[in-house]
Write a protein that binds this ligand. Structure first.
Ligand code: NAD
Ligand code: UDP
Length: 309
């Protein structure tokens, strides 16, 4: 296949580029490096089947030749990024998704949207099933991301229904691994960095809020299965093992052997109180379950971060 990956120089995007190259596919990575980095894909540039195009996908996307699939991953993804870049986030989720769908229509290719557990907002149903419509504050600071992704899902389904494009929507739950930015503010890089430096671990609120963490290899496996499946409805991909953030801080301290103390800071506005994927749809239709335990995934991640700190 010849696959276009928008946001391919970002954390998840670069793992996807690698996955499909390893598979023997051709990969065209389109990224404006807003929150991603050329260093994430530097090692791929010598590969003949890999091409990088520096481009902002909120502008018309021009790709020569045939395209079999488009994976649309461009978007700021960390709360501090999208709160700092609200308009870019809204534009890439709306205009960027429209352009990527337009390319899929022109090339008669499959289309896969990177959606998110954030579309469930601060959920009133737990764990979250795909049939749950969510509880989102549209005008809060996180609304720029949540609503952009909700719009992206809506326009993806409209292109599927009206233009008969073979579209997929993956709702990604918190994913971690190497090549996350040390300072992207998300909990895994923040805690690992703080623990490795012996700095205080900053738990927001009382730390009772929960998240469920998926290792990036499991996620890319789920995404490639979804791409090859006949499913057009959204599918949750995440690891259902749920931890409170305080528990998670203690796991990081244990695995890094750090002497860092835990301190408590203000909880960000609209921070979801609970989050855990119901993955029965992925299990049933994609025969997918996560394989990497939290210890194994964090050990790999910590050893990668050790080289950066
Ligand atoms: P990331 O910030 O590392 O990657 C996003 C990439 O998109 C970056 O390389 C950035 O430069 C690029 N980008 C942003 N705006 C662009 C534009 N206008 N044109 C071209 N490129 C642009 O984030 P990530 O964690 O790899 O997330 C990738 C995707 O997965 C995002 O769509 C995000 O919403 C989704 N997602 C991620 C997670 C997670 O836990 N990592 C969870 C849910 C959803
Ligand atoms: N968090 C924290 N300390 C930090 C960074 C994050 O306690 O230094 C918390 C945050 O408030 C949230 C959880 O960790 O409850 C996950 O945050 P992240 O930014 O990784 O992503 P989210 O799941 O909120 O999108």
């Amino acid at each position: 296949m010849r696959i276009v990956i928008t946001g391919g120089a970002g954390f998840i995007g670069c793992h996807l580029c690698e996955k499909f190259l390893k598979n023997g596919d051709y990969v065209v990575c389109v990224d404006n490096l807003l929150t991603g980095s050329a260093s994430n894909i530097a090692h791929l540039k010598k590969e003949k089947r890999f091409k990088f195009i520096k481009h902002d996908v909120t502008k018309f996307i021009k790709i020569d030749g045939s395209v079999d699939a488009i994976l649309h991953f461009a978007s700021p993804a960390s709360p501090i990024d999208y709160i700092k870049l609200p308009i870019q986030t809204l534009k890439v989720g709306s205009l960027g998704t429209h352009n990527a769908l337009g390319l899929a229509k022109a090339k008669k290719s499959k289309f896969l949207l990177a959606s998110t557990s954030e579309i469930y907002g601060d959920p009133l149903v737990h764990p979250q099933k795909e049939s749950y419509w969510g509880n989102v504050n549209p005008i809060g600071p996180r609304g720029v991301y949540d609503e952009a992704k909700r719009f992206a899902e809506a326009i993806t389904m409209a292109y599927h229904r009206i233009h008969k494009i073979d579209t997929k929507i993956v709702r990604i739950f918190n994913t971690y691994g190497d090549r996350m930015r040390l300072n992207d503010g998300r909990v895994v890089p923040s805690f690992v960095y703080q623990a490795l430096k012996g700095k205080p671990i900053t738990v927001f609120g009382n730390g009772k809020q929960t998240r469920s963490f998926c290792y990036v290899w499991d996620l890319v496996d789920g995404i490639s299965r979804l791409l090859m499946s006949p499913i057009n409805d959204p599918v949750n991909i995440g690891n259902p093992m749920e931890y409170s953030i305080l528990q998670f801080a203690k796991i990081i301290i244990r695995l890094t052997g750090s002497k860092s103390k835990i301190i408590f800071e203000k909880l960000p506005v609209d921070d979801p109180k609970v989050r855990q994927p119901n993955i029965s749809r992925a299990k049933k239709y994609l025969k997918w379950t996560p394989k990497v335990s939290i210890e194994e995934g964090l050990e790999k991640t910590i050893s990668w971060f050790k080289g950066k700190v």
